[in-house]
Design a protein around this ligand. Sequence first.
Ligand SMILES: *[C@@H]1O[C@H](CO)[C@@H](O)[C@H](O)[C@H]1NC(C)=O
Ligand SMILES: *[C@@H]1O[C@H](CO)[C@@H](O)[C@H](O)[C@H]1NC(C)=O
Ligand SMILES: [Zn+2]
Length: 555
Amino acid sequence: MHPCRLVLMVAVVATARGDRYHDQRGPAAAAPSSRAIPPSEEEFAASYWYAEAFDAIEARLSPPAYDSVARNVVMFLGDGLSVPTLAPARTLRGQRQGRSGEEERLFFERFPVTGLAKTYCLDAQVPDSACTATAYLCGVKVNRGTLGLSGDVPRWDCPASTDRATHLESIAAWALADGRSAGIVTTTRVTHASPAGAYARAANRGWENDGQVLAAGYDPAVCPDIADQLINSSPGNQFKVILGGGRREFRPNTTSDEEGTAGRRWDGRDLIEEWRARRAAAGVSHAYVWNRTELLRAVEDPPEYLLGLFEATHLQYEAEVRAAQADEPSLADLTEAAIRVLSRNPRGFFLFVEGGRIDHAHHDNRPHLALDETLALDDAVERAALLLPPASSLLVLTADHSHVMAFNGYSWRGNDILGPSDVVGDDGVPYMTLSYTNGPGYRAHQNNRRVDVTQDNNFQALRWRTHVDVPLDSETHGGDDVAVFARGPQQQLFTGLYEQSQLPHLMAHAACLGPAAALRAECSAPAPAPSTGAAAPPAAAGVALLLAAALFRLL
Ligand SMILES: *[C@@H]1O[C@H](CO)[C@@H](O)[C@H](O)[C@H]1NC(C)=O
Ligand SMILES: *[C@@H]1O[C@H](CO)[C@@H](O)[C@H](O)[C@H]1NC(C)=O
Ligand SMILES: [Zn+2]
């Protein structure tokens, strides 16, 4: 159609209906549903919004100066924490407190600096959690499904991964090389893709135990499984803290664990015992725990090494742990325990904390659980911030990739975020404020009509599934950008829109670690003695870093 005729048509329709794109409600449309919580009275005054903006300007004009070198770095990763998950999560928290909700701010949303990261991988338009973990922990974009190996290694190619020139180093290894401590915390198996990015080199993320390597036709002596690498290879074997799930990857398939689940190893080894034996032989304090009670007891007087595996596979969803009153730690509990142990080192630490099940809830089309897990991650960030002052500690929160949940419709303010949109489809059938473009939970049309999912009447249940467009066993990731939030030394580095693989270099630059430290003059100067009175780093550290940077370029 000729563009002028199109414009004319739109103009005619617009006269009749107002704006056909945005006025679906019209003046006669229904009032807000009785469920909707109205905004607070003060919001009706223009002065309220002026004051809100002026406060923000003041805060931005006089940012606190955190120009020191970060002693500690904590990276929080919301697996699958897409930007469209943020607004519904904060709205849910506000609504749980009896407010309209949209005005709520998550704790990490108050961080002074925000950026956006591009998540594609070397061979993938829409990425997975392995190549993205390699990007945000090792600083290099690589092939989908691979961990800690350069783009020269195709997925599944064990022989290619034995070439040491393909091996990447993570920011956890950079921290250890500088005499700092390192640790990982996750709500998934500790051998799952995201945390494995901190320590593993694997041509396939699925090689979590030796049985998986054998099943792919390879020799675990040539391509060691991920659990074995965590316990026995550098840098995992130096981690002071390992907290999460996944006991089954560490135990022989002839034994069952503390809660009765069989191990999955074929080699007959018990890696948890190997971990304990090594610490005992070295005469260092250490604890292995598998429930919350024992975790809290262990960190009353923090040991030097802490291993906690609280499930045979992933941890349970926090909302379900609360409902069942299970003796399982929250992500905030785990984060606090990790910080207590790592803080024994006056030179500082790098800690990776993952809210890993936001992703699982999205894949399974369980929006309520995805939002609740996001709030659990936010609680963990708040707990860390209480323990770590911003002048010494850089806190960064981001996601690995997006998902395909949309927040849609023209609902009134305060509409139940888990409920239907105020308006119905042109077919007269309601639709939900949150839904997915694909995934499980597809309802086939009946008599040529969409199914009215609101007839379910239990859409606030934790495991209720919303409607989807395309039936798929597992909802897919999304390819859009993810948000980055930062607070602490060098926080300004995190503004803008950039490649995800920049993230570890930005964090390392702020903390004088790894190759990017060579770009910062202060990193070669002897660091001022920390307030705890620990020794300054050796003067050779700067030279070593320059050498490391040169070597890194050669790789
Ligand atoms: C357990 O490991 C043995 C090898 O030690 C293997 O033959 C067997 O198939 C494994 N069982 C399962 C259920 O994987
Ligand atoms: C927690 O672990 C300890 C140590 O193994 C054990 O004695 C205790 O029974 C466990 N608690 C629960 C509730 O399972
Ligand atoms: Zn996923």
